[in-house]
Write a protein that binds this ligand. Structure first.
Ligand code: ADP
Length: 468
């Protein structure tokens, strides 16, 4: 039975580079080994064949000079110097009779090939063969060659020596392989990690930027390679985006600022139309609608300018020592009626006497925004909790609700100006409350974070240092 669990390899560039590097090293070592293995084998093969051929020539000359006795003595001499398991000699007459042989006790299953013998006698050309002798461990290379028109020498030698050299070479290869591959993998891994270090840094900064930290930049190395080029381009792109965003914000703020006065004038004119007794009733109702819309627009414009002000850090100028426990308590009391009206349980758990340095109005509005949202986006019979904890260094305010929750994809964007989740479009609001709250938290040296589960609720956590 196969295990259903498949081995999963990390899908990282560093892993893939290491994998390919190791594969290339394995392939190169294998090619180098195969090339040396086969060329060595060929050379050794040729050496044996040329030894055997030399034997035929040597015995031919001997036969011519000293006759059969001289040949026999030379065979005996060679057999004394060598191992009879490794070497054999057989002299055959043209009529098929065996004239003489070395000790063939180890070669009793030596195959004789009448066809080749006949062919060599008729052509006069020597013939090589590689044969497997039954019960012999190694193959044998043989030659059939004429030493006279009537006498054929059939001699052969075992390839044991050659085989031993080839086995030694294979063992060396396996040892080198086992040592080199782990080293190659480690070196490949280190090289790959070094190569992708820059890319990792770029993606780390990109994810920081995604969280809103637009001022982050990737450190440029002095190497001047492709990664440095990527980093430079990436940093330049961030500079450009930053400029574009600030220009866009500035433009929004300017438009908001410029719209405030004409809107205020329209409101005044509508008010005078409304308060004039001679105005017909339908004009009065139009004037009343105009005032309502003007109020809504003015409120939005003021919110935009408040966010701009908070982001610019103007709030720092007017900071004072604040009893934050009291501030949260007051906010709870203020929203109790609204919660009660929606049949929502509002629970406040506060540590006493927590103090921070800050701007009281903006912190009040930040708390109001968070509580207002929590109650607004929670259905009847739900619960909203606000908790304050403090240490010597910082305070933490958590606003939790059992409301609609925020989809995961929207969670990073709820703090952006004008962003509203699709599911919230039926509620009042213009998507500026949280961007204002975050700007306030940041202008106090802290920040605000969110954890939320769709359909279960949300928790906004504000962390502020005690002294800015
Ligand atoms: P709005 O005026 O729309 O409330 P905010 O900036 O305060 O603007 O909030 C932005 C969006 O974040 C809201 O439109 C809403 O979709 C979502 N949101 C904020 N607070 C909550 C919450 N407690 N529960 C669910 N959604 C929330």
């Amino acid at each position: 039975m196969f295990s259903k669990k498949m081995i999963r390899f990390p899908n990282t560039l560093a892993f893939r580079l290491t994998f390919w590097y190791t594969l290339v090293v394995i392939t190169l070592i294998t090619i180098a080994f195969s090339a040396s293995y086969f060329s060595l084998k060929k050379t050794l093969d040729q050496n044996i064949e040329s030894d055997l051929f030399d034997d035929i020539i040597e015995f031919k000359i001997l036969y011519e000079n000293e006759g059969l006795d001289g040949v026999k003595q030379e065979i005996e001499r060679e057999m004394r110097l060598d191992d009879e398991e490794r070497l054999f000699f057989l002299l055959l007459h043209k009529n098929g009779a065996q004239i003489y042989s070395s000790d063939l006790s180890h070669w009793q299953f030596l195959p004789e090939n009448p066809h080749i013998i006949k062919q060599v006698f008729s052509s006069g050309e020597s013939t090589f063969q590689t044969i497997s002798v039954p019960e012999a461990e190694y193959k044998t290379k043989t030659i059939h060659g004429l030493i006279s028109p009537d006498v054929l020498l059939y001699t052969g030698e075992s390839v044991e020596e050659m085989q031993n050299i080839m086995t030694l070479l294979s063992n060396v290869f396996i040892t080198v392989f086992l040592i080199v591959i782990p080293f190659a993998s480690i070196i490949g891994w280190l090289m790959a990690r070094h190569a992708v270090k820059g890319i990792k840094e770029v993606s780390r900064i990109a994810s920081e930027i995604e969280k809103g930290k637009l001022d982050q930049r990737v450190a440029v190395s002095a190497q001047g390679d492709e990664i440095t080029w990527l980093v430079n381009t990436f940093n330049a792109m961030l500079d450009r985006i930053r400029v574009l965003i600030s220009e866009m914000k500035e433009m929004t703020d300017n438009i908001a600022h410029d719209l405030r006065s004409p809107l205020a004038r329209i409101r005044v004119i509508s008010e005078s139309v409304l308060s004039d007794d001679n105005t017909p009733q339908e004009f009065k109702s139009a004037a009343s609608d105009t005032i309502e819309e003007c109020d809504w627009l003015l409120q939005m414009i003021n919110s935009i300018l408040d966010v701009a002000e908070a982001e610019a850090g103007v709030l720092h100028i007017t900071k004072q020592k604040i009893n934050i426990s009291q501030l949260v308590q007051d906010a709870c009391e203020l929203f109790e009626a609204m919660a009660e009206q929606k049949r929502i349980k509002l629970v406040c758990r506060l540590e006493n006497s927590c103090h921070i340095d800050g701007n009281i109005q903006s912190l009040q509005r930040m708390l109001a925004n968070l509580l207002d949202n929590a109650i607004k986006y929670t259905l009847a019979n739900g619960q909203v909790d606000i908790a304050l904890t403090c240490t010597k260094q910082s305070i933490e305010i958590m606003v939790m609700d059992t409301g609609a929750g925020i989809p995961e994809n929207d969670q990073a964007r709820v703090f952006d100006r004008f962003f509203r989740c699709d599911q919230s479009r039926s509620h009042d609001g213009c998507g500026l409350g949280l961007s204002f709250s975050r700007a306030v938290a940041r202008s106090h040296g802290g920040d605000i974070s969110l954890s939320s589960c769709l359909g279960k609720g949300s928790c906004f956590t504000v962390k502020l240092p005690v002294t800015v």
